[in-house]
Each structure stands twice: as C-alpha cells, then as structure tokens.
Design a protein around this ligand. Structure first.
Ligand SMILES: N[C@@H](CCC(=O)N[C@@H](CS)C(=O)NCC(=O)O)C(=O)O
Length: 226
C-alpha cells in the first residue's frame, strides 16, 4: 500500500507561508517541503492551488490552501499542543487580534512601502501609535503579563501576527535607521509580546533573515527614494 505524501508548498519570503511553517513546527509534523519561486511558478503548481498562491499543503491526497486554515489544521491534527485556546471567546479574541493587526499595522506598512518617502513617515508612525495603543488594551484584557497574546500560552494569535511583524521590523531596522514606535516603547506589555514572539524558536527558525527580506522587497518596491 502506498502512503500519500504530506507536502508543504512554501516560499521563504512569504509571511503567510511562514504562519503555516511555524504551526507545523510547533506540532512536530513530518512533511516534505517544496519551495515555490513566486516569480517563476512551475506550471504544475496550479493543480495544487489553482490560485497559484503559497502556502498550500497536500495531506492524505488532498490539497489545502490559506495560511490560517493551515494553522487551524495543525491545531486539529494535534490538539494537545494547544495552538488554539479551549475557550470559544478566547478563540474569537485570538482571531480578532490577527484581523486587527492585519488592517491597522500591516496595511499601513504595505501602503508606506509602496509609496516610500519621507513625507509619508509621520502618517505611518501615527497609524502605528494608534494601533499599538489599542493592542495594549487587547493584550491586557488577556493577561497582565506575557510573553504571548494569551499570557504564557503560545497560540494562533501569535502565529498570525509574528511573520508580518518580523518583516516590518526588518524594514524599520535596515531602511529606517532602527525606527522606534513610541507606543511600543511606552507599553511594557506590548514590548514584551513583540519580544516574546520574535524570540520563539519556531518563529526564529522559519524566518529567512532581515537581509534576505530586504533584498526581495527591493525587487518589489522602489525603496531607494527615502
Ligand atoms: N490569503 C492567503 C494569502 C497568500 C498569499 O498572498 N501569498 C502570496 C505570497 S506572500 C503569493 O503566493 N503570491 C503569488 C501570487 O499571488 O501569484 C493566505 O493567507 O495564505
């Protein structure tokens, strides 16, 4: 009897794919890894994911896409690891912080990179100050101490945010002279959370490094103007 292969289709630059990579590492899932060149996708890849995006995953002969679906799949494959909290309200709050971070931190950041110039800097940092002030409240609502969103339990919420945060930090460090966000330094719980997710082994080990990220971003956007 042949055993169907478990294959993870990924790209090192992709923050969505890193979410799945972190979750698979956390649950210790054995799989083959196939790196997809996003600028020159192999024609067979549309049979795996007709949208042509990474991440996707083949398990038990079936193909599944979407990063957060894959994180939840990892949780369902090994619920004892506890990537999702047991309490339904905490699950909803974990999903909410991912949405919030995406629309209030990641979106302004992408906007800033796509029109990367000095006169847009203040608008960008103002947006992040507002976002991190609210994030501080969301974190304190969960727990007065970290290092993770829920407190001591590492979860979906951290996985959903971390890969975007690391790439954003790479741009702050290497392109913006180590830009500091006032609200991050003002709120210890926010700072502890961001340090907590940055130093989690599964997150560090699935991140390709600041220099690599900046090299690829330079191909996507004109980052030389600043
Ligand atoms: N909603 C998807 C987004 C995935 C996504 O946008 N991946 C990008 C790379 S970061 C991609 O594969 N782009 C290639 C393309 O759109 O052709 C998820 O969460 O997995």
């Amino acid at each position: 009897m042949s055993v169907a292969k478990t294959v993870f289709y990924t790209a090192a630059i992709c923050p969505f794919a890193q979410r799945a990579a972190i979750a698979f590492r956390e649950i210790g899932l054995e799989h083959e890894k196939v790196e997809i060149d996003l600028l020159k996708k192999p024609s067979w890849y549309k049979d795996i994911n007709p949208d042509g995006k990474v991440p996707s995953f083949t398990i038990q002969g079936r193909n599944i896409a979407e990063s957060l679906v894959l994180v939840e799949l990892a949780n369902d494959l090994k619920p004892e690891v506890g990537l999702l909290p047991a309490d339904p309200v905490k699950r909803a709050q974990s999903r909410y912080i991912i949405e919030y971070f995406s629309s209030k931190v990641t979106s302004p950041w992408y906007g800033f990179l796509s029109d990367f110039k000095k006169e847009n800097l203040n608008k960008y940092t103002d947006a992040l100050d507002v976002a991190y002030t609210r994030i501080n409240d969301l974190l304190l609502e969960q727990s007065s101490t970290g290092p993770y969103f829920l407190g001591s339990q590492f979860s979906l919420a951290d996985i959903g945010v971390a890969s975007f945060y690391l790439r954003q930090q790479a741009t702050h460090k290497l392109l913006l002279n180590d830009l500091q966000i006032e609200a991050v330094n003002k709120y210890p719980r926010v700072k502890e959370w961001l340090e907590g997710i940055s130093s989690r082994p599964s997150i560090k080990e699935t991140y390709p490094g600041d220099e690599y990220v900046i090299k690829i971003f330079n191909k996507l956007w004109d980052l030389s103007k600043f």
